[in-house]
Ligand binder design. Structure first.
Ligand SMILES: [Zn+2]
Length: 436
């Protein structure tokens, strides 16, 4: 199967390259803001016009053409950078607007230099060796992490040797048969570090369906995930642990005099803590999802089906008390990773319907309590059969039970035929870039 996969790794830039990256990021930011101003003007004109349909809102393509026409006279400095940087920035702007109209995001804002150097995207000839990446206009950049990025076909003989060695060690977990094809590279800055994230098209063998025991996974806030076989994945509580530190640093930062060197320094400190929190969260989620799909194990030990609850993450985020905790564990991201990893490693992924009472049912006798269980009770006690079990574990077991009880009813297409099993739905896989 063909997959599009993302890889992100840190760049080891020299001074010249760093300057070029600054220039490109500046170009991208300028184009974005310029395009946003044009779009805003168009929307304002549309509102004022008698016939709204007569006012056309410029698309990324229109804006790119207009910008190119202005370049020689108004912005000659843009020629120093790749034309991709403004082009992709304008595309991002289009996405920002469509996300806004789909109510997935807030209204696009102007990008301020003071908020960060930002990023830029390059397409075209991108080549990768064991410890370098060649980017258009930036040049051959060294990578801190050796052998992480899959290599492409354009290699000289010396690299081919190392590539052979590398092939045996490649740690993606899915056998890569064909050389990778690089679609794009986005270079970004975080807390003083520069990263590249690349989109790679790879042909990988279709995974054999996993045949191991199915598992149910109950996601929570106290523990990140509880598995029906008793495994618990603790929540790193990345944010909470660092929250005090972050608040303290932010408070110090706000008291520094504007424009002073100390203010600059404390700002970097705040950025570093944010970055660290992000890293801890990302790492915990990847480890958890990798463990659930059991990618390191043979097919006979990988769970054939993984059943999740259908958590309404968006709805829960509106509840302010829960919001911080949920944003902290990244439940939405957990689900997203499970979706693509299950596809890569041959597991079938299901989500129980929102109204399946996974926390209320008894996982032994499958009866509901007469009085609904309060959410604060951490231990499940069955009034019918006397089962005493951890609440989350009970829920995880119910999810597996739902699968086994209804798997006979799931026909070959994975569709559900009987109303009793409407509680279970296969999670559809969108082909979108995934970063591991
Ligand atoms: Zn019971």
């Amino acid at each position: 199967m063909e997959i599009i996969r993302g890889y992100k790794t840190e760049l080891d830039l020299n001074n010249q390259q760093r300057t070029r990256c600054w220039q490109h990021a500046g170009c991208a930011r300028f184009a974005y803001n310029w395009g946003l101003a044009r779009k805003q003007a168009a929307y304002a004109a549309r509102q004022a016009a008698a016939d709204p349909q007569s006012v056309k809102i410029p698309t990324a393509m229109d804006l790119h053409k207009a910008l190119n026409a202005l370049k020689p006279t108004a912005f000659p400095w843009m020629y120093q950078s790749s034309k991709c940087a403004p082009q992709e920035a304008l595309r991002d702007l289009d996405t920002a607007f469509s996300n806004f109209f789909a109510r997935r995001a807030k209204y696009p804002k102007f990008k301020k230099r003071s908020k960060g150097i930002g990023s830029f995207t390059l397409t075209g000839a991108i080549h990768v060796g064991p410890d370098w990446i060649q980017l258009p206009h930036i040049g051959k950049v060294r990578l801190f992490e050796h052998g992480y990025l899959p290599q492409d076909t354009h290699l000289d003989t010396q690299d081919r040797k190392t590539r052979k060695k590398r092939k045996q060690k490649h740690r993606t977990g899915i056998g890569v048969t064909e050389p990778a094809h690089y679609l794009s590279a986005t270079v970004s800055e975080h807390a003083g570090h520069w990263f590249v994230s690349v989109q790679v098209k790879q042909i990988v063998p279709e995974p054999e369906p996993a045949t191991g025991e199915s598992i149910g996974v109950d996601l929570g806030i106290k523990t990140l995930a509880v598995c029906s076989d008793g495994r618990e994945i603790p929540n790193p509580k990345a944010m909470r642990g660092n929250l005090g530190k972050l608040q303290r640093t932010q408070r110090h930062h706000s008291k520094k005099q504007k424009g002073s060197n100390n203010r600059k320094k404390s700002k970097q400190e705040v950025a570093r803590i944010h970055y660290r929190v992000g890293c801890i969260r990302e790492d915990a989620l990847h480890q958890a999802t990798a463990q659930m799909t059991a990618k390191a194990k043979p097919i006979s030990e990988r769970p054939q089906a993984i059943i999740l609850e259908d958590l309404n993450v968006g709805g829960m985020l509106k509840n302010h008390k829960l919001a911080q905790a949920i944003a902290d564990v990244g439940l939405g991201e957990f689900r997203r990773q499970m979706t693509y990893k299950a596809r890569w490693y041959g597991n079938r992924l299901y989500a129980a319907h929102r109204f399946f009472p996974s926390t209320q049912l008894c996982s032994q006798c499958h009866r509901l309590p007469t009085v609904p269980l309060d959410l604060s009770v951490r231990t499940y006690q069955c009034e019918h059969c006397g089962l005493v079990l951890d609440r989350d574990l009970n829920a995880a077991r119910n999810l597996v039970w739902l699968y086994t009880a209804s798997s006979a009813e799931i026909n070959a297409c994975g569709e559900i035929v009987r109303p009793i099993v409407l509680a279970l739905a296969a999670v559809s896989v969108k082909q979108e870039p995934n970063t591991e």
